[in-house]
Write a protein that binds this ligand. Structure first.
Ligand code: 5RP
Length: 220
């Protein structure tokens, strides 16, 4: 991570604190930008009741920072969910899953009234798809799903070193032309063996906070 992108991520992470309501149970995502958000939240931890986390990695950081972590089944609906992205458009459609946490991220986002996405400005794109689209698959269906994805013009690559927190595999799909993110999310979700598509378009971010060299830019 360059020093500039690190500083921009930090700006976005700090700005997200404004969206944390007193006494709330908040959703917390995964990744280096979220790690900066957790770091910024720790001094104000008394402000929140607890967090619901999208990964074992974030759970560990939250607990180390003295922030209680609840199972989503015990938390109910959430006010706000804060998470990063690998790519984002001005319509707040996202590609996520670079950290392999996409399934739990999509679940926690679905439980939240407001999804606040934090990123440095390099993540803003005109069209999604330069970043290979992560797809979580049931291990026995990996080759089947890969063959089906080829029909969409994609080149799926198995992220071999990774098993997700749910015990599944990740295919990173290169070369997709994503002109209609909600339609593609809906289509790829239908493939047997797909657990989660890393497109967040049917439920986009509500607020996109970008850290830039000139300060923060908020799209909502
Ligand atoms: C993890 C994610 C992350 O939000 C995404 O990879 C961005 O990470 P970072 O903040 O490190 O750039 O989707 O599955």
């Amino acid at each position: 991570m360059s020093a500039e992108s690190d500083a921009n991520k930090r700006l976005a992470a700090l700005a997200a604190l404004e969206f944390v309501e007193e006494g709330a149970i908040i959703g917390v995502g995964t990744g280096s930008t979220v790690n900066l958000f957790i770091e910024a939240l720790i001094p104000y931890r008394k402000r929140v009741r607890a967090a619901v986390s999208s990964s074992n990695a974030s759970t560990q950081r939250l607990l180390e920072g003295g922030i209680p972590v609840l199972d989503l089944n015990d938390a109910g609906d959430l006010g706000v969910y804060v998470d990063g992205a690998d790519e984002a458009t001005r319509a707040r459609h996202l590609i996520k899953g670079g950290g392999a946490a996409l399934t739990r991220e999509k679940i926690v986002a679905a439980a939240a009234a407001r999804f606040v996405c934090i990123a440095d400005e390099s993540k803003l794109v005109d069209r999604l798809g330069t970043f290979p689209l992560p797809i979580e698959v049931i291990p026995m269906a990996r080759s089947l799903v890969a063959r089906r994805l080829a029909a969409y013009g994609g080149r799926p690559v198995w992220r071999q070193a990774v098993v997700t927190d749910n015990g599944n595999h990740i295919l990173d799909v290169h070369g997709l032309v994503i002109d209609d993110p909600p339609a593609m999310e809906r289509d790829l979700n239908q493939l047997a063996g797909v657990v989660t598509v890393g497109l967040f378009a049917l439920r986009p971010a509500d607020v996109l906070i970008l850290g830039t060299s000139e300060g923060i830019q908020v799209l909502q």
